[in-house]
Design a protein around this ligand. Sequence first.
Ligand code: AKG
Length: 180
Amino acid sequence: MKSGGFGSPVEWHQDWAWYPFTNDDLLAVGVCMDDMAEENGCLLAIPGSHKDRILDHHQDGCFAGGVTEPDFDDAAAEKIEVKAGGISIHHVRVLHGSLPNLSPNSRRLLLFQYCASDAWPLSGIDWPEYVESHVMGEPTNQPRVTNVPVRTPLPRPKRGGSIYETQGAMEKTTFSESAT
Ligand SMILES: O=C(O)CCC(=O)C(=O)O
């Protein structure tokens, strides 16, 4: 949720850095409740980055929730502009973020993360919750383990909570300066 004229940016990150699984068959679906455009803080993504490595999201030895590599380059970023009622879909490893909302209009985006039944979080599962969360397919007690690059979000962030709160401790930001 980004309020008009106020909504904070989301710094560059890979969802996978927040929650690695046994395989990367995960997609985030964003349902746009408002038109989502540059002015009100649309998503940005770097095409093809889901096939590349997992960037460092740590600062001073703790998970910081956003990319902290000093030479990170977002020149290839593309805007994801979608009309209200439309959806965006992005892979769990794709580099993405979002702009500040500098318009008077809200930007509400409802994000759902979908994963294959046999993709299990490396942090472990709660079996009843796993079973209940199925929208399709069948639960399995045989997670599929593939050769995926992993950096765990440990040690835990200095500031926990939402992505906005966790990234709030980042010393170097890409978008935050332009919000003020
Ligand atoms: O709401 C946004 O603009 C982006 C949120 C996001 O990327 C996330 O929660 O992983």
